[in-house]
Design a binder for this molecule. Structure first.
Ligand code: PMP
Length: 416
């Protein structure tokens, strides 16, 4: 008789206490602090905080220009950060990464640089789920060249309705700009279909990755997009820096958006020629310390066990969605299931304004956000003015979710 197969070792659990210890705010604020506003900004990790402090207090100099050693060291640290960010994004080369002040700046570069190539009547296809920073720059830049904005509708769950894509993508479509993950519904976009559609008409696919990158490294090559934007402050680094990845062949062709020092080859009063990418898109002194912090965050995050973190975040999302479903008068919006969904949930409490919900929750140490979340077209589509949002990050635990649910029970008891 053959021996019974040895039982598989139980998968090791996530060391949540160890993970939380890497985020200084939890020790600083102590027990009873339940931070569920991660979609607005994540808490800074120790690696990023230490890198920022080290640069600003021990190694500070401007980059790209000095010849003394300190300036050279600063430039090297800045370029190392670019490479760490590139690795987190799965970019082929560090020079495909433009350092920006965040997603908004990145999407403004994308819109203004790409629209400079458009003709009147060309079309830019967005979706109704976009954050205002992936709508307004296209309206501003598009208006200058007479481009037309069109929008992908949403289905009943708030996902992009891609069944009608054929009718929306035509030979006039030059840009498709969509979110990788909605900051209101958590719905993750099926970029494969959009990439295919863009390819079929020679359009460029721009992706707003602000809400996707805090849930693990991405692979821009596999995503088949052309530009990818995100903010460092949502990726557990400091405020002030983010990135725009631009596929190299495209970056070489694009004109700059902002002009100034450090982005030129030669300037005369009559005209200027521009540096190669990424410097062409980095006018002026970049956010050096925040970029170095972002590189440190990317390098630290890249070493984590994301399969385990994903399971942990999904279990918390499940706990949150199930709990919300049991509270009378609380209606979650967005997809009902856990598939293709980031761990964030917006909801309505019947008869109670989101700001009142947030204030009562805050009295219990629970940080959530109420409002339109810079996504008015999405709220219009759902027939809502505003909602309350709870967003989960890798360091959250069941106590955070339970504190929110208990707080909501009280909201309903007292205000609804
Ligand atoms: N896009 C999405 C999906 C977002 O959630 C946010 C931030 N709420 C932004 C863009 C804008 O990011 P930032 O304010 O850091 O530029």
């Amino acid at each position: 008789m053959s021996a019974a197969p040895a039982p598989k070792p139980a998968p090791e659990r996530l060391d949540l206490a160890g993970l939380r210890a890497e985020f200084p705010i939890f020790a600083a604020r102590g027990a009873g602090f339940h931070y569920l506003d991660n979609a607005a900004t994540g808490q800074i990790c120790r690696a990023a905080a230490e890198a920022l402090l080290a640069f600003e207090t021990r190694a500070r100099a401007n980059v790209k220009r000095g010849v003394y050693r300190l300036a050279d060291e600063a430039t090297q640290a800045f370029e190392r950060a670019r490479a760490e960010i590139a690795a987190y994004l799965g970019a082929r080369e560090a020079r495909e990464v433009v350092i920006t002040s965040g997603t908004t700046h990145a999407l403004n570069i994308a819109a203004h640089s790409l629209c400079a190539r458009l003709r009147p009547g060309d079309e830019i296809l967005l979706s109704r789920a976009e954050h205002h920073s992936n709508i307004v720059p296209w309206q501003l830049a598009g208006a200058r060249v007479g481009a037309v904005i069109r929008a992908i509708p949403l289905d009943d769950e708030g996902r992009l309705d891609l069944d009608r894509l054929d009718a929306l993508v035509t030979r006039r479509t030059k840009v498709i700009a969509v979110t990788h993950c909605s900051n209101v519904t958590g719905a993750v976009t099926d970029l494969g279909k959009l990439g295919e559609a863009a390819r079929s008409v020679g359009a460029v696919l721009v992706v707003d990755g602000a809400q996707r990158v805090p849930h693990g490294p991405v692979d821009v090559q596999a995503l088949d997009c052309d530009l990818y934007a995100f903010s460092g402050h949502k990726l557990f680094a400091s405020t002030g820096a983010g990135a725009l990845w631009i596929r190299r062949e495209l970056a070489e062709e694009l004109p700059p958006f902002l002009g100034g020092g450090e982005m030129i080859r030669r300037v005369t009063i009559e005209g200027s020629t521009f540096a190669a990418p990424p410097h062409r898109f980095e006018a002026g002194t970049p956010p050096i310390g925040p970029a170095i912090a972002l590189g440190a965050a990317c390098a630290w995050l890249a070493g984590l066990d994301w399969a385990r973190i994903h399971a942990h975040e999904t279990a918390l999302l499940d706990r949150l969605l199930s709990g919300l479903g049991t509270i009378r008068g609380v209606r979650p919006i967005g997809p009902a299931g856990l598939q293709a969904r980031a761990p964030l949930v917006s909801f309505v409490v019947d008869g109670v304004h989101p700001h009142d919900v947030c204030q009562l929750l805050d009295a219990r140490g629970v940080c959530t956000r109420g409002g339109h979340h810079c996504a008015q077209p999405l709220h219009d589509t759902l027939g809502l003015e505003a909602s309350t949002r709870a967003s989960i990050a890798l360091y959250n635990d069941a106590a955070d979710v339970d504190a929110l649910l208990e707080g909501l029970e009280e909201v309903v008891r007292r205000l609804a």
